[in-house]
Write a protein that binds this ligand. Sequence first.
Ligand SMILES: Cc1cc2nc3c(=O)[nH]c(=O)nc-3n(C[C@H](O)[C@H](O)[C@H](O)COP(=O)(O)OP(=O)(O)OC[C@H]3O[C@@H](n4cnc5c(N)ncnc54)[C@H](O)[C@@H]3O)c2cc1C
Length: 403
Amino acid sequence: MPNVNTALVIGGGIAGPVAAIALRKAGIAASVYEAYPRPSEGIGGALALEPNGLAALGVIGAAEEVRRVATPITRSVLAFGGKRLSEIPSLEGLPPRQIIERGDLHRILNERARAAGVRFECGKRLLGVHESSHGITARFEDGTTATAEILIGADGVRSTVRMLIDPAAPSASFTGLLGFGATVDARVDLEPGTMTFAFGRRAYYLYWPTSDGRTAWGANLPASKPLTLREARAMPAESWLDTLRRTYADDDPGAELARRTTPENLQVVGALHIMPPVPRWHRGRMVLVGDAVHAPSNSTGQGASLAIESAVELARCVRDLPDAESAFETYEALRRSRVERIAKRGAKINHSKAPGPVARMFMPLALPLMFKLMDVEKTMGAEQRYLIDWDARLSAAIRASAA
Ligand SMILES: Cc1cc2nc3c(=O)[nH]c(=O)nc-3n(C[C@H](O)[C@H](O)[C@H](O)COP(=O)(O)OP(=O)(O)OC[C@H]3O[C@@H](n4cnc5c(N)ncnc54)[C@H](O)[C@@H]3O)c2cc1C
């Protein structure tokens, strides 16, 4: 029997419901409190789940359902100025990356959480906490409170819990890129299952065929100022579309993808962020998980996958360690070096997405050569082959060996 019996999970995005389901599986009663007034099932945009993220979803029994609605990506290619340059090497023997609509992933996780007996409350924006020797009480904007033995901050890149743990904690850094996406009625000359990472003349973008015969694409626009989602969405979609059409006007198929995008199907994502290392992952009865503590930037394709892994590992630690403090210390020891290594890789990719004129000149030669010489197992093996052995019992010895 775990020594912790109850948990408040702040944030009903990805890490929150996964943590709550995994905690229930470990015999711990968990409730999720989400700031938005409604379930987020209709929210747009797509995200990639890497084999490691899918393996972690398998622990909570959600992988098969995800695969049923997602689009598998079996091949990735790199294009420069409209020309396909090379295939991006992939690891042998792993299941494919899956692209899933964010709304679908939220729906699956929320349904699983409810089926597992997790209480899920919307319209509960956390403002503050009160901690005592018996438990922790969360105070919400609507004037209500909730109490449990521990509180998990799964409240995303602008985490309130991170600041409650450590008011001096760093904030997420702007990558210098704004994100957009759309699925359009355009057929691009691509085999099913192929994702193209394209360096256009002025900006980077990526695209892939969807299972219904259309094309999905995502754009990363260089920008000098970060815009919050609210600020970015306050600008008329027509004006963003204008910018996108000008930016990709000389790109093939970027120009066509931008031309076919309409104000109605344009997804404005806002500033893309990366989390610098967070000095304090936990304090007292509070702990962080997901983007709140390790947003590795969308360039890694690992944000959601790492959030899912961390949520499952945290539940395992709470299950096996004798108290909250040792559980949180063991969790940090298990996770910190892995997520920081992946964030470093993301920072490098972000840098290459907006190359200067000299770098641009060399890229068509250098990138294919780099992929040819790349030891894919060494570069990506540890990242994508990560498996969680749910049944293996953890002990504090992990802390010592990981330190
Ligand atoms: C454009 C873009 C593309 C991306 N593509 C990928 C990809 O291809 N693959 C990938 O793995 N990752 C991708 N990511 C990253 C991925 O979306 C995140 O890593 C993932 O959503 C993290 O999950 P999370 O649950 O930690 O945070 P979130 O999904 O942000 O969820 C946090 C939740 O907490 C709630 N919340 C916030 N504050 C409070 C509060 N005070 N009280 C209560 N609730 C609160 C929020 O409303 C939200 O629902 C992408 C991100 C962006 C922006």
